[in-house]
Design a protein around this ligand. Structure first.
Ligand code: DAH
Length: 339
């Protein structure tokens, strides 16, 4: 048995010298030290030995096992070092190669306009307010002086979630929410998505964006409204922009008006963008109706206010010369990165 152990020792150390990679080393380990390995088999057979032989053989096997374990761990380190060297040589990075360009997106034209308009109004001391897109009908209509039987409700008949919850058809409900929670002076704008059951065409979409404005304080007059919107129009569309007001009707303002701006492409002479009119319809506005103030617990005998609201897409289309609204929603990067 001693000879057998000696033979294993000589053979295995020879074999180990020839090993080239970690996989071979693993096979080697199993062959000698594994459950069915040759040294293990000898250890198992020791029960058949005499009491005198047992400790001698036992210590011999243990010596060889320790030796092999040490040799294997050295070999392992050596192979790992070699593998690392090989990888460092073959996988080195050429730092002089030009880098791969990261593709950057661009800010969507609708977001660009919202950012720009926000900046203009923030500069005039406004705060940005927010409200839910899934809105109670009472805020979307009733508090805005548009009761259930009001004909103005028809044109904005939208997507009902339940009888008293709708996808908001305008950003105006945010006015009521702010007035209920905040005492005057109030000076807010609110940009956001709105929903209407409009069929899709080049100027309509069932989802689009509006920006609402509201000012409530003592002694607010139509002059404040006109001055504010004139500054806004010049900042947004160019210093030479002129603004005009036409009488109109909105349930939540009295008096109400629509405002047009002189065409910023032709300066008012008439062109393709303004369809020969010289003017472009910009927004709806007016003095906040006393009923609306009252509905929101603000005393109309003490306070007055003005409000306005406009479509973001319309401004984006006019400013960027986009003739089909659908382009704004198709998310074709080739189109969007132009702006
Ligand atoms: N909410 C109106 C609409 O969607 C726009 C509007 C008009 C908002 C007049 C206002 C306003 O705040 O005073 O057509």
């Amino acid at each position: 048995m001693k000879d057998e152990i000696e033979k294993i020792k000589v053979e295995s150390t020879e074999e180990l010298k020839k090993i080239q990679d970690l996989k071979e080393l693993e096979t080697f380990k199993v062959k000698y030290l594994g459950k069915k390995g040759s040294l293990t088999t000898i250890l198992r057979g020791m029960k058949d030995l005499s009491a005198e032989e047992r400790p001698v053989i036992g210590s011999l096997v243990n010596q060889v096992r320790d030796l092999l374990e040490n040799l294997i761990s050295e070999k392992e380190k050596e192979l790992q070092r070699k593998e690392l060297e090989r990888r460092l040589q073959t996988e080195n990075i050429d730092v002089t190669e030009p880098g791969k360009r990261v593709k950057l997106g661009s800010i969507h034209p609708i977001t660009q306009i919202i950012n720009e308009v926000e900046d203009i109004f923030l500069g005039m001391g406004y705060e940005i307010a927010d409200g839910p897109e899934v809105e109670k009908t009472i805020y979307n209509f009733d508090k805005l002086n548009t009761p259930a039987d009001h004909p103005a409700r028809d044109v904005q008949d939208t997507f009902y979630i339940t009888d008293d919850i709708v996808l908001r058809s305008q950003t105006s409900p945010v006015q009521a929410r702010v007035m209920e929670n905040q005492k005057p002076p109030i000076k807010i704008i609110c940009p956001g998505a709105v929903y209407r059951s409009d069929a899709v065409d080049s100027t309509h979409s069932p989802v689009f964006h509006q920006l609402e404005g509201l000012v409530v304080d003592k002694n607010i007059s139509m002059a404040d409204l006109k001055g504010t919107l004139e500054i806004f129009a010049k900042k947004c569309l160019g210093e030479n922009t002129k603004i005009r007001f036409r009488p109109h009707h909105f349930p939540f303002t009295e008096p109400s008006a629509e405002a047009d701006v002189s065409c910023f492409v032709c300066g008012g002479k008439g062109c393709r963008v303004c369809k020969g009119e010289g003017w472009i319809e910009l927004l709806g506005c007016g003095m906040v109706h006393p009923n609306v103030l009252r509905n929101c617990n603000i005393d109309p005998d003490v306070y007055s206010g003005f409000a306005f609201g406009f479509g973001i897409e319309r401004i984006a289309m006019a400013k960027f010369g986009i003739d089909d609204m659908r382009l704004l929603y198709e998310n074709d990067a080739r189109f969007l990165k132009q702006f």
